[in-house]
Design a protein around this ligand. Sequence first.
Ligand code: KE4
Length: 415
Amino acid sequence: MPGGVSSPVRAFGAVGGEPVVFASGAGPWITDVDGHACLDLVGSWGPLILGHAHPEVLEAVCQAASRGLSFGATCPAEIELVEEVRAAFPSMELVRLVSSGTEATMSALRLARGFTGRDRIVKFEGCYHGHSDGLLVKAGSGATTFGTPDSAGVPAEVARQTVTLPYNDADALDRLLSNHGTEFAAVILEPVAGNMGLVPPVEGFLERLRELTRQHGVLLVFDEVMTGFRLAFGGAQELYGIRPDLTCLGKVLGGGMPVAAYGGRREIMERVAPLGPVYQAGTLSGNPVSVAAGLATLRILRRTPGIYQRLEETGARLEAGLKESARRLDMKVRMQRVGSMLTWFFTDRPVHDLAGARGCDTAAFGRFFRGMLARGVYLPPSQFEAAFLSAALGETEVDRVLEAVEETLAEMARS
Ligand code: KE4
């Protein structure tokens, strides 16, 4: 296995040390093969908003599995899951299920190109939308003219079709679309960014993007793979009151199993095969066992009063605790947070974009990560990732996290 992992970010490259190998999870806890138990603030990179091995989710999965693993045809649970999505995301008038966030965003952009007849897309630096060729692109030499590959193996002519702008810079988009608007099929973004560390949209940013894209006939695509069902049951678009043209979902949608989706305005989605000319397919799309995990997860979220308020309160406690520790120890560390998605940045200034995130003391984050792991708290192994709180974290567990933060920062302050 290259790097001993099935996905690069798990390799601890950014924080040092050997990648951890986990054997089991239960509620807020995750245990490695040596029997060390940690409080899990990664939650499989977002899906486990209910914690590990929730009994009702496991029961649903076992029940589904006992009826067969896959039919390669529509099953009732698939229809029920899509109905849950439509109820939570009114902008998603038609929904197609796929098996990963990468597939969701790749398909949504192919659809945007097919619908508009235009080829170019805009993304923002620091936003990650999965690993399809057209999205592994960074700002080109001409900055706002052409993208260049952000990975080996991505053809230059594919990268050229993607322009990458600084996050939170609506004026840059205004300038680009004023001069080239008719060339662009879509603007895609994380409405709250989690892939450069947690970077919220500045006041008015999302509203300006909605206005500019509508003005130029460019589709607005919200990548809510991370934020969907996480920041609110209806995701960031519920929280900020913005109606995108297309939305991508994943992570919580599958409750820990491989389920993702894209969807949006009916007139756009009706271009998707078999109704229309935009081809997209998948052997295990809507898999009954995977969908059972997602359906159980969404139903628990939907019927549990105050679950999002409690997640907000947990995040607020951690944020207040960090502020107090940083003040007492006179350390340059801050938390950026929206609800139960958060990042510790080692800086004394707000982080609004990738340049700001890169300007933080990432070596300090590595020391913080290792200190927290040694004290039994597992954080995402990179400064440029978000931590995710689960509803399984109770008062006692939050106290333990706060203690570990205080002790780790104190140890860092002494060294
Ligand atoms: P997947 O293909 O990994 O299911 O989803 C891709 C994706 C799309 N959009 C957003 C906003 C995402 O955050 C992701 C995947 N997130 C990473 C963590 N930053 C998953 C962890 C990994 O790559 O191993």
